[in-house]
Design a binder for this molecule. Structure first.
Ligand code: UDP
Ligand code: MG
Length: 183
């Protein structure tokens, strides 16, 4: 199908802790931008157990589930963080899945991201560098899980207004050296 006839879609991309440990961010972003898609949101975050469990809720019964949670939490890598992106473009869901390659890095096309940089650990988990939503329904659920509406530059899905009272940290009015404490 010609590119212009493909539906406009959004997908969630995660550069997993192994991707960050191996300094693959630049390489992956280059590939995404060459595939003509627009980054509509991006953030670097430490994944909470709650978020990890919600993200992988459909895999709860799998034998590798607990290892998978530990992996996305960054327990096996020097980088306990994930880079989360929302990519928007025509046919973007399938395009990113193609760029990512098959789930099993040993079966992934050798020029795909997972084929080039993924590995299977001794515990049997596929450390495959990148997550990409597999269909529109999953993309919507995942984007809404990882991002709030105001973190995305487009109004992808309908929103509602609600008034909430939240306690949040603000910058203190001092100038000090930066710290990198692991919260
Ligand atoms: N996974 C694994 N072993 C398997 C299947 C999946 O370790 O046999 C891990 C792998 O990291 C994968 C993630 O679980 O990316 C989510 O699995 P899914 O079947 O959704 O594959 P994906 O959509 O990521 O290709
Ligand atoms: Mg999946």
């Amino acid at each position: 199908m010609a590119q212009e006839n493909l539906p406009l879609e959004a997908t969630l991309v995660l550069i997993k802790p192994d991707g960050l440990s191996k300094s693959l961010t630049g390489n992956i972003l280059t590939r995404l931008s060459e595939a003509k898609m627009e980054i509509a949101a991006a953030k670097c975050l430490r994944v909470s157990r709650e978020l990890a469990e919600k993200h992988y809720r459909d895999l709860k019964a799998k034998p590798f589930y607990e290892e998978l949670i530990q992996y996305i939490l960054g327990k096996y890598h020097s980088r306990k963080k994930v880079l989360a992106l929302v990519c928007v473009g025509k046919g973007v869901i399938e395009k990113v899945r193609q760029l990512a390659g098959a789930t099993n890095p040993e079966e992934a096309d050798s020029v795909s991201i997972r084929g080039q940089y993924g590995r299977i650990t001794t515990k049997g988990v596929y450390e495959n560098v990148i997550h990409a939503s597999s269909n529109a329904k999953e993309a919507e659920r995942e984007i809404k899980l990882w991002f709030e509406p105001d973190e995305i530059i487009f109004d992808l899905y309908p929103t509602t207004q609600s008034e909430v009272k939240v306690k949040k940290r603000m910058w203190a009015p001092t100038q000090v050296a930066i710290s990198q404490n692991q919260k």
